[in-house]
Design a protein around this ligand. Structure first.
Ligand code: PMP
Length: 355
């Protein structure tokens, strides 16, 4: 820590992202990326956008892509905000809608960036403990002082809230913004996008990093009432009017235009998730009912950290969180069917040892 750091910076903790090994020879099941390539149409669009126009700034209002996303989700383009990955959209949302001195609520087991943003922007927060089975106690998110944010499906559990439960939280916080982080919604669960025209306090955030295989392009977006979107635009313009680069815009637009590929890939991942869940269950794991592109699992007789290290030795990366309440668990991203087969094969001898 440097004496030059602001108080806000001193309150933050170093973010420890999932490991990104340089070795391409690994089975990478640790950061919830999509194991399948982006749509061929998206790759082609990137190539076509790679021309002399790259000397020009990209369109600051990202109109074409906003129109594409608006049409896809049945809303007006003024209800769409696009940012450089949903992490950026989340950060801007914290700045735009939450205030110091008015604690916001989020679950105690959830996406690790929420407390980071809250600390960075001096926003007070209260963590609402999840139940022993990791489900969210919905009523405890009612009547917040400063707003609410949670992922649906939640991370790293993959558990979902029903649309009725989500709506009750939005209803019970009429004067605060409720943000639903739907990074994993395309793998299961009911999207709250269909509610945005009824509630001026609801903001839904999604990403192209997971279901559309574009983590490397960094595209995320928010859908909500036009006044919330205007708020986000003001924050964005105060930092950098051109958050999205030309290649990312081209790729994202083409990805949305390739519905068939999108449905194929998400269907495959859902299928592989269900197969893997069954296999892990047979091997003695407790498997949480995830609707995301990962499984959150625990083996009653095997130490999670040990298992994580033994898999890593075999070049299989999974996610271990050394955190209270979840240190017995591993989060396994869903890879291709072949990768999951290799993962299961690698597990078997380890589990034999403990028998
Ligand atoms: N929300 C949740 C719950 C996530 O797990 C992630 C990815 N780690 C993000 C948001 C951010 O995704 P991206 O910035 O790639 O859109």
């Amino acid at each position: 820590m440097s004496k030059f750091w602001s108080e806000r910076l001193q309150a933050t903790e170093p973010y420890i992202p999932g490991e990104q090994p340089n070795n391409t020879n690994v089975i990478k099941l640790n950061t919830n990326e999509n194991p399948y390539p982006p749509s061929p149409k998206a790759l082609k669009a990137i190539q076509e956008a790679t021309d002399e126009t790259l000397r020009l700034y990209p369109p600051p209002t990202v109109n074409e892509l906003r129109e594409t996303i608006a049409k896809y989700h049945g809303v007006h383009p003024d209800q769409v905000f696009i940012g450089n990955g949903s992490d950026e959209v989340l950060a801007f949302s914290f700045m735009a809608f939450f205030n110091p001195g008015e604690p916001i609520l989020f679950p105690d087991i959830t996406y690790s960036f929420y407390p980071v943003y809250a600390k960075l922007f001096n926003i007070d927060y209260k963590r609402v403990p999840v139940r022993s089975d990791f489900t969210l106690p919905v009523e405890e998110f009612f009547q917040s002082e400063g707003g609410v944010i949670f992922p649906n499906p939640n991370a790293p559990t993959g558990l979902t809230l029903s649309l009725i439960e989500v709506e009750s939280i939005v209803n019970q916080n009429p004067d605060q913004v409720v943000i639903i982080d739907e990074a994993y919604i395309d793998f299961g669960g009911q999207s709250a996008v269909q509610l945005v025209n009824q509630y001026e306090n609801l903001l839904v955030i999604q990403t192209l990093s997971k279901s559309r295989s574009l983590a490397g392009m960094r595209v995320g977006f928010a859908i909500g009432d036009h006044q919330l979107i205007e708020g986000l635009n003001r924050i964005k313009n105060s930092f950098n009017s051109y958050t999205l680069d030309r290649l990312a815009i081209a790729a994202a637009k083409a990805a949305f235009d390739d519905e068939e590929y999108f449905q194929d890939v998400r269907g495959q991942i859902i299928h592989t998730r269900e197969q893997t869940s069954k296999r892990l269950h047979t091997l003695g794991f407790e498997v949480i009912d995830s609707k995301a592109n990962f499984l959150f699992v625990r083996h009653p007789h095997v130490d999670a950290e040990d298992l994580y290290l033994q898999l890593k030795e075999q070049n299989i990366f999974v996610r271990y969180f050394n955190k209270p309440r979840i240190q017995e668990y591993l989060r396994i991203s869903i890879g291709t069917a072949d990768e999951m087969e290799q993962f299961i094969i690698a597990l078997e001898p380890v589990l034999q040892e403990v028998k």
